[in-house]
Design a protein around this ligand. Structure first.
Ligand code: DOR
Ligand code: ZN
Length: 357
């Protein structure tokens, strides 16, 4: 049994760092592990153009260590133009994100028209200036269990056909339909995979069993797209185990104050950062393909985005004693922000140790 893993310093191609004061509370859980992270733009206020991006990047740089590189994105809306894209690219945007309006946290004011209209001009501008299109692939108005399948079947193939060579990432794949489409599509189409979608099914949210065997709702496993059936989870696990470069790490760590999740209309989003890389390692270990973790977390995403590979390494070891117990909450000094950690109280199979020399 391997007791130590040395990986290339990893990248996280999908994370929500939020704005202050949440940013300072949660960023470290990501920056302690990942050298670069693609930062989602569905903040409050959102990141819609070059000016927003510059302000937000300064906020992140101020709150994070010098060796962490935020990879910036903008949120596309019905009002985004090719000129907005070009300016955002010059300011450093590496991707633009489609949130169908209303489908998830921070998606309001996103895209509401998916046809071959103005959106296609925006996509062409993205392709021409080398920006990646990141997609939250859920169809508005369609129930959660088939919303991704519906978007994958009805929208994405047209986008691929209308704008060939546009790099497109189906974010946080949750269904066998999404996995199948990504596998079959040209090499310009890829997917991020989260620890939640590799380990949970809908039953872990809607029919959760606690350690006493009581059954109920677990809002801290709840995210959009929802984890789905065992078969869906199996296809996602198989995709990463196959070693295909089209599937890479993007943990979708998405913190909310715990009160906002344990609420009558609880927020979607899982704060998985403290357990993110260890959970990936556990899954690859279970699948008997630990040798594939390095590329999944440190190579495939960078190559897809056309970024140089990170220098340096990170070491994972099997924890001894209480070292691998996930804390229950992260709480800010003034206690205004308290976030429940995913897998709170559980013992991780791997933990991050110091950098190898
Ligand atoms: O569950 C989710 N939470 N899905 C998203 O797409 C957004 C995210 C958030 O920002 O909290
Ligand atoms: Zn997300």
């Amino acid at each position: 049994m391997t007791d130590e893993l040395v990986l290339r310093a990893p990248d996280n191609f999908h994370v929500h760092l939020r704005r202050e004061p949440m940013l300072s509370l949660v960023a470290r859980a990501t920056t302690d592990v990942y050298r670069r992270a693609l930062v989602m733009p569905n903040t409050d206020p959102p990141i819609l153009d070059a000016d927003d991006l510059v302000i937000y990047r300064d906020e992140i740089i101020h709150a994070t260590p010098a060796d962490f590189v935020p990879l910036m994105t903008i949120k596309l809306t019905d009002a985004t133009t090719p000129a907005v894209i070009d300016a955002a690219r010059v300011a450093g945007a590496v991707a633009g994100k489609v949130y169908p309006s209303g489908v998830t946290t921070g998606s309001y004011g996103g895209v509401s028209e998916f046809g071959a209209g103005s959106l296609i001009d925006v996509f062409m501008a993205m392709r021409d200036c080398g920006m990646v299109l990141c997609v939250h692939a859920e169809m508005p108005g369609v129930t959660w269990s088939v919303a991704e399948q519906s978007f994958i079947d009805d929208i994405i193939p047209d986008w691929i056909a209308y704008v060939p060579d546009l790099k497109l990432v189906v974010e946080h794949v949750s269904s066998s339909s999404a996995v199948a489409l990504v596998k079959m599509a040209p090499d310009t189409v890829a997917a991020t995979v989260t620890p939640m979608h590799l380990t949970l099914t809908d039953d872990d949210i809607l029919g959760y069993r606690n350690h006493r065997g009581r059954r109920g709702l677990n809002p801290h496993n709840f995210c959009y797209p929802m984890p789905k059936t065992d078969y869906d989870r199996h296809t996602i696990r198989e995709a990463v185990a196959s070693g295909s470069p089209k599937f890479f790490a993007g943990d979708d760590s998405a913190p909310h104050r715990y009160q906002d999740k344990e609420a009558p209309c609880g927020c979607a989003g899982v704060f998985c950062a403290p357990a993110s890389l260890p959970t990936y390692a556990e899954v690859f270990d279970e699948l008997g393909c630990l040798d594939k973790l390095d590329d999944f977390a440190g190579r495939f995403g960078a190559e897809f985005y056309g970024l140089p590979l990170n220098e340096g390494t990170i070491r994972l070891v099997r924890p001894v004693g209480d070292a691998g117990i996930v804390p229950h909450y992260l709480t800010s000094p003034g206690r205004s922000q308290s976030v429940r950690c995913w897998r709170a109280g559980e013992r991780l199979g791997w933990i991050v140790a110091r950098e190898a020399p």
